[in-house]
Ligand binder design. Sequence first.
Ligand code: GLA
Length: 740
Amino acid sequence: MIHFNPETRTFNLLLKTSFYAFKVDSENRLVHLGWGPRPASADSEAALISGWTVYGPDKGESSFEQQSRPDELVTFGEVSYHEVSLKVNFPSLPPKLQAEEAPHLPIRDVRLRYVDHEIVTDAQPGLSPTHGQPTRNSTRRETLRVQLNDPVQPFQVTLCYRLTPEHDIIERWCELNNLGDKAIEVEVCGFATLNLPHGTNELTAVTGTWAREFTTQRQQLPHNLYILESRTIETSHITNPFFLLNRPGQAWEESGTVYFGQLAYSGNWRLTFEQLPSSAIKIHVGYNPFDFNLTLAPGDRHVTPAIVCGVSANGWGGGSRRMHAFARERVLPRPDRQLSDRPVLYNSWEATYFDLSYDGQLELIRKAAAMGVELFCVDDGWFGGRRHDRAGLGDWVVSSDIFPEGLNPLIEEVHKLGMQFGLWVEPEMINTDSDLYRQHPDWVLHFPGRPRSEARNQLVLDFGRTEVVETIFQALDNLVNEYPIAFFKWDMNRYTSEPGSVAGKALWRKHVEGVYSIMDRLRRNHPNLDIQSCSGGGGRIDLGILGRTDQVWTSDNTDAFDRIRIQEGFSLAYPARAMEAWVTHALNHQTGRISPLSLRFDVAMRGALGIGSSLNELDEAELAEYASYIAFYKRIRHIIQNGDLYRLQRLEEFGASIIQYVLPGGHETVYSVTVHDHQLGWLRPTPPLQGLNPSATYRAVDRHDREVYRASGYELMTLGIPGEAGQLVGYSRTLYLRQI
Ligand code: GLA
């Protein structure tokens, strides 16, 4: 609910268990009042609505510390020596100002003053999906739009707040309007400034690199600035655009107040955490200002993407569950599929690499179907001259060397065996050894006269050119028109270099717009097409891409041990249903480590299960084991893919990860234990379960449907499930618990 008190000019945004408040001050500036859990009693809630009398402990009284007002959007203007979320250059003076003032141009000072506000439904942030496929929950939501104008320059900024009360989530973005007749250059373009209570400076975020994505980091923010960002043109493996913040020592996995946020944007982004001398905490959220350009022509309007943020009174776990539920219900597309479950996928990459053949794929198809796979995806190497990674990217036509009769005979076999068919593509990329490059060598990012730096032997197409975006869309659209393709694994295997484009510095944004527009058009034209976002593993995972894809490839690292850590970091922000996880060979190709099949399955079953093993290397007994695990997964996946996730024990506690998924109502739950590390003498405690019905009795079974434990919900939620003896490195088990 959005409440405005005209006397105090106070806005109170009330969500299920939290509130957010700001006011218009005596000089018409928009200043933050508070954000946090809602008070328990109705009386104090009435006090909240009736208005706040003071804002923030900072009064800005010290002569050296005047920029402490908690503005709802901090701009470069008046007193400016801290970080800002918006910086603009005005090239001309309004006529009423003296002509002799011209040498001081451009004016680089923005002051935003309240003009008006409105409450609307169905407002959309920038770069929202346009494919038209609804989300699981498409009920209308209220958005508060607060219009602020510069008092002198013809410039207007509308701050937008869209509420999803059931998940305590506010989406914030802004709209910039050039109301004048001269272009305006935006140097720093934030989506929002977030003001957090003083001392909320313990940050949980992730860092990483290729094959080591989502490594959890918990640290205290330094004074001044701490930056998480991407300059790679995509979301990046190096970090991911989300955060959790709390007062040090005052939040834990299931307790304490935790603030969280995540971006709905897949390009160059930046989260700047600022701790002022007073310990006030601000987060400046937006496009990365590095090599940035946004020019607003006269009359132009720019709507930024959104930051999705909220507050949890149930610790980090409560923050994660709110983000998961928001993604499942409000972000991931297509309700018909959302209500059913993600299919079990087979991917041929690690089985064949570039050594593709029709007969080889056919053999894999038959074995995959026999073990219960539902979606068969042919990975890299099926097109153009792509017999190795030095050629072919850009030529999205089926290779007649590999498939002389096209893909249809293969797809017919896939369908006959009751599976769906998918293909790997890497649409933004090109090899110089390709027909596309030979025809259009100027269609790649480059600076004239400079070398074109290749990575994995490939260059990046210039999506600043509309004809390039159109050509790639047509190529993919033709493929889906010609073949019954149910799934694209959309890859992106390098970052940028020499970002020269016909779009100039706007390229960084145009690239993302191009990718989104192709995905949106494909989904609109082919409502039954699923897309998986992949970028050398987990390089493009964020709420922007999840709005037009169904799942993401978490990491190229398929080692079960490494995956435990990667997946735990992923679970901080993203839901299990979107997390594709494969079982691969006993001897892992990336790390050379051998791990038991039970661990490989128990780890991969924590998300959307896939198989990437060389099935031809497995004997009959192993194939049967695979089939038994897949059958078990199908019995429990509705809980994993739709349930609430509890991290009962995190890796940092005793080297083991124990997680639980529970469906609303608490009738069914999945309990999953994996041991990453073990030291003699470690007797791990068994954590209590969550979300069950205390008086009900639960039966816990293993994958053979053998009952391994029976207890009341109360006992499970106080004592947990007794651990088996001998939980050494690599031990794992997955149990299915049902109320009886
Ligand atoms: C990337 C992907 C892999 C595979 C290869 C193919 O590395 O992440 O899964 O598809 O490309 O070249």
